[in-house]
Design a protein around this ligand. Structure first.
Ligand SMILES: [Zn+2]
Length: 412
């Protein structure tokens, strides 16, 4: 056996199954995959994790969480925007989604909302200018570093007219504070084109990506929005575009061609929309993909008023794309992994040497089975196991006898 050059901090994943059917060893050193070889061919002086019986996948990424409203359903509505409450819920949401496998997560956060607790959190601009929730999410981003890569989208309300002056000032402050992207809902501004222009101008000035909400039920308006976003080098996501599912097929196809030409990424929310979307539903993803549109899927509302039962599980989003929209399992998984990572501006992950060690292991040997049901998961971020869920299934004696199985066993 070749000796590993890796040190004691290396991680060797032994005997994992890949989607192409190979059984492999994966040697990880630091944040990168160092080597992939036939099962049993690699050794390490570091940690060895037996992944026989597991399927090893590039980790999913969550493209669409609302960090300031997530996990607020139990407390009643509307969600509190007190910074300490937002920080706690954003952290809990990120860790929950990490346990599902998402090692990167983009969180939308309202800016310009007055928290009403400025006196509690000092004289900083957080409370005064309505940036307390963003500040809280940025603090969560820092405390979670090494576990998961949380990024924040600043979501202004109105950016045009007299009322827009405050919104624009808050948005500029949000960018100065360290927001990772700029978002919002142009359709809710009295001047949607003016709103979009303001967002694109600020994003271009700071080299930030843009992530806008739109229901997309008016194809002409959606195409105008996409055309404005054409050529933005830092990347533009539009979503959740549930209204596209209501268009006649010919009109949807023409719209899809225009979205493809504008090179925007469409982020759909198959699990039930979000607080900034009026419509529910999944756009026609097969038609969009056939037209060449990059389609990613996010989770959207996570146990909040807009979806009190939201799970925040990327594998569920992929399951719904496969089961309800007829995508092949590998295409459905791509929407929450490769395309999702690209939408977030993250480097590609493959289970090959030289690629980031952002991985998800689930029990089983087929992707279709993993999307059908995966309770047990092992999550690797930056080369470390950062979350592990292990399920056990038990039958009563007669049930176990009928199955000719031990009464207790592992569950997928
Ligand atoms: Zn949203």
């Amino acid at each position: 056996m070749p000796d590993s050059p890796s040190g004691a901090d290396a991680l060797l994943l032994h005997g994992a199954r890949l989607v192409d059917g190979r059984n492999v060893d994966v040697l990880i050193g630091g944040p990168l995959i160092e080597a992939v070889g036939t099962a049993g061919s690699l050794t390490t002086r570091g940690t060895r994790l037996d992944l026989r019986g597991h399927l090893l996948l590039p980790a999913p990424a969550e493209t669409h969480l609302h960090a300031d409203t997530a996990l607020s359903a139990a407390a009643g509505s509307p969600a509190s925007h007190r910074p300490d409450d937002v920080r706690r819920r954003a952290t809990e949401a990120a860790l929950l989604q990490l346990s599902h496998g998402a090692t990167a997560l983009r969180a939308h956060v309202g800016v310009g909302i007055r928290s009403g607790v400025a006196s509690v959190h000092g004289s900083g601009r957080g409370g005064v200018a309505g940036l307390g929730a963003l500040q809280a999410v940025l603090e969560a981003r820092g405390s979670l570093r090494g576990l998961t890569e949380l990024t924040a989208v600043a979501v202004p309300h109105v950016l045009t007219g007299v009322a827009g002056a405050d919104g624009l000032a808050a948005l500029r402050d949000a960018v100065d504070m360290g927001a990772d992207a700029i978002g919002g809902c142009p359709d809710l501004d009295p001047d949607p084109a003016g709103f979009t222009e303001a967002v694109l101008d600020l994003a271009a000035a700071h080299g930030l990506p843009v992530d806008l909400h739109t229901d997309g039920e008016d194809p002409a308006r959606l195409v105008r929005l996409a055309d404005m976003a054409r050529g933005v080098r830092s990347g533009v996501c539009l979503g959740p575009c549930a209204g596209l599912s209501r268009l006649p097929e010919g009109e949807a196809a023409r719209t899809a061609d225009r979205l493809a030409a504008a090179a925007v990424t469409l982020v759909c929310l198959p699990q039930g929309g979000c607080c900034r979307a009026r419509l529910r539903g999944t756009p026609p993803v097969r038609l969009l993909r056939a037209a060449g549109v990059r389609v990613a899927a996010g989770s959207g509302a996570l146990r909040e008023e807009a979806n009190p039962v939201g799970r925040g599980d990327p594998l569920e989003a992929a399951y719904l794309l496969a089961s309800q929209r007829g995508l092949a399992p590998q295409d459905a998984y791509e929407a929450v992994s490769a395309t999702a990572r690209a939408a977030l501006g993250l480097p590609e992950v493959r289970v090959e040497a030289g690629f980031p060690a952002e991985l998800l292991a689930v029990r089983g040997d087929q992707l279709a089975g993993a999307l059908s049901l995966s309770y047990s998961r092992i999550v690797v971020h930056r080369g470390r196991v950062v979350a592990r869920t292990s399920a056990v299934r038990e039958y009563c004696d007669s049930g176990a006898a009928a199955l000719e199985l031990p009464r207790q066993g592992r569950a997928d």
